[in-house]
Design a protein around this ligand. Structure first.
Ligand SMILES: Nc1ncnc2c1ncn2[C@@H]1O[C@H](COP(=O)(O)OP(=O)(O)OP(=O)(O)O)[C@@H](O)[C@H]1O
Ligand SMILES: [Mg+2]
Length: 476
């Protein structure tokens, strides 16, 4: 448990930190987009204020009959209140100039025409002021009350505008930052209660359960939430319950299998003793005994064969193949011999594998694949009771750059429908009296253990199985 808790991310790592960081970045990014137009607005009204004060000053001038002889101190005060170096008022072709005393007017000034109000110009104005506005002089040009024939010009340094714009920007930045922090803090609490905490609960449960899936106490207890988290909790609980019962069932089956294997083993030994006795009984001269003994011997042989094949099936799935170089032609001949094909009175055996083909395979397991296929073919041909002309079993060898293909076919009666339905399914596939239904299941498992495939290929006549093996197992 301790290691799992350590494996979980802490409260400030993992999902929640990612969420908070994303929110702060997004809010700041949005603020940048909002900032430019609002700063443009601020600059515009700042300039308008100056222009308005300039207009008032111009009107004062206008109202005085002898403007040229106004006292200098009054003129200077008027100009200072507008923060201006000079004011020009143009009206009906006339123009009046009001300038600070003892100040030389700069030769160059940047014109800001308040009559141009398109957003791009306004935003460019902000950037222009912030970047280059520390030492320049502005010439603000505007109309009085929207009358085109009354134009006011105010000449003033740009530095105060820039300073005010900087203060405005700084305030806006801090305001956004505070907003971002508050928003993300609120969201953090919200998200961690609604999302992170349940997800952590789910994750912790998954980790715990995967460590000990046989412990039913670790199965998730879902809450009654109706959202996606609730669905996830219930899904996890169902999955864990299924897994738990599957594991339990498997353990029971494994125990059962072991018990069956033990019983089967002892049964085979008992049958072997019975076989010895029945062999002796067969030697008794009594004619009745002579008549019954062969059947007794046959039944016991069959029972031993059955016990043996069940034992083999259990054993072969446990041992992986141990490959060594094997001569394929020879190995198939031996398998055919074991299956009773070599020297058979009626069935012809044809081995189509060329002489010098060597592969890397487990000789016993590999031979059992063909042993089972050949035995099935022989049994089918024998069961046809001589109704088939020139019965044969053959293997044809073929190879592609990727595969070796061994086709095993016979000209027997073909697969009965019952066998087709459960082909390759252990204990299920048999369609003949005394068959265990293990032969093909074993053959397929052993082929797959060698990296290959065993397939039934439907044909109009006889039966055909293809053993397809990766070309890599060929060594000569
Ligand atoms: N070459 C074949 N021709 C006709 N039928 C076949 C052939 N091969 C297999 N079968 C059918 O497929 C069934 C399944 O074969 P499989 O080898 O799996 O089991 P089995 O031969 O019945 O029993 P076991 O091999 O375990 O003793 C057989 O019962 C048989 O009916
Ligand atoms: Mg068989």
């Amino acid at each position: 448990m301790a290691t799992q808790t350590r494996a979980m991310p802490g409260p400030f790592s993992g999902l929640s930190v990612k969420i908070i960081a994303t929110i702060i970045v997004v809010i700041l990014a949005v603020e940048v987009v909002i900032y430019l137009p609002s700063a443009a607005n601020f600059r515009q009204s700042w300039l308008n204020d100056r222009l308005r004060v300039g207009t008032v000053a111009a009107h004062v001038l206008d109202a005085v009959p002898d403007a040229m002889n106004l006292p200098r101190t009054l003129t200077d005060r008027l100009l200072n209140s507008a923060g201006a170096l000079a004011i020009v008022y143009r009206r009906e072709g006339q123009s009046q100039l009001l300038a600070l005393d003892n100040v030389e007017l700069p030769r160059e000034a940047v014109t800001v025409d308040m009559r141009q109000r398109d957003p791009a110009t306004l935003i460019m104005g902000v950037l222009d002021t912030l970047l280059f506005g520390s030492n320049r002089t502005l010439r603000i040009v505007g109309e009085e009350n929207g009358q085109p024939d009354r134009v006011i010009e105010v000449l003033m340094p740009e530095a105060p505008l820039r300073a005010d714009l900087l203060v405005y920007s700084r305030n806006l930045f801090f305001l956004s930052l505070i907003l971002a922090i508050i928003t993300s803090a609120v969201l953090y609490v919200f998200v961690s209660r609604i999302l992170i905490a349940p997800i952590r609960r789910l994750t912790a449960n998954m980790v715990d359960f995967s460590e000990a899936p046989e412990n039913p106490g670790l199965i998730m207890a879902p809450s009654d939430r109706q959202d996606e988290i609730g669905v996830m909790e219930r899904g996890l609980a169902t999955m864990e319950t299924d897994l738990y019962s599957m594991l339990r069932q498997r353990r029971h089956l494994a125990d059962l299998g072991l018990a069956v294997a033990k019983i089967n083993h002892d049964l085979r030994n008992t049958l072997t003793s019975a076989q010895l006795l029945s062999d002796q009984v067969a030697n008794v001269d009594d004619p009745k005994v002579q008549r019954l003994a062969p059947r007794l011997v046959q039944s016991i042989d069959k029972a031993i064969g059955f016990a043996q094949s069940v034992l083999d099936y259990g054993r072969q799935s446990a041992t992986p193949p141990r490959p060594v170089p094997v001569d394929l032609h020879l190995l198939l001949d031996e398998a055919a011999f074991d299956a009773g094909l070599v020297g058979h009175p009626s069935i012809r055996w044809r081995n189509g594998v060329p002489d010098a083909v060597s592969i890397s395979a487990d000789p016993d397991q590999f031979a059992r694949i063909f042993d089972n296929l050949f035995k099935n073919a022989r049994e089918a041909l024998e069961a046809a009771n001589g109704k088939i002309e020139e019965p044969y079993v053959e293997v044809v060898f073929d190879e592609t750059p990727d595969w070796l293909v061994l086709t095993v076919s016979d000209n027997g009666p073909g697969l009965p429908p019952r066998a087709r339905e459960n082909l390759f399914v252990a204990f299920e596939g048999s369609a003949k009296a005394g068959g265990t239904g293990l032969g093909l299941a074993i053959a397929r498992e052993l082929t797959e253990a060698h990296g290959g495939r065993l397939n039934y290929v439907d044909q109009p006549l006889g039966t055909r199985f293809d053993v397809t093996l990766p070309h890599a197992i060929r060594i000569a």
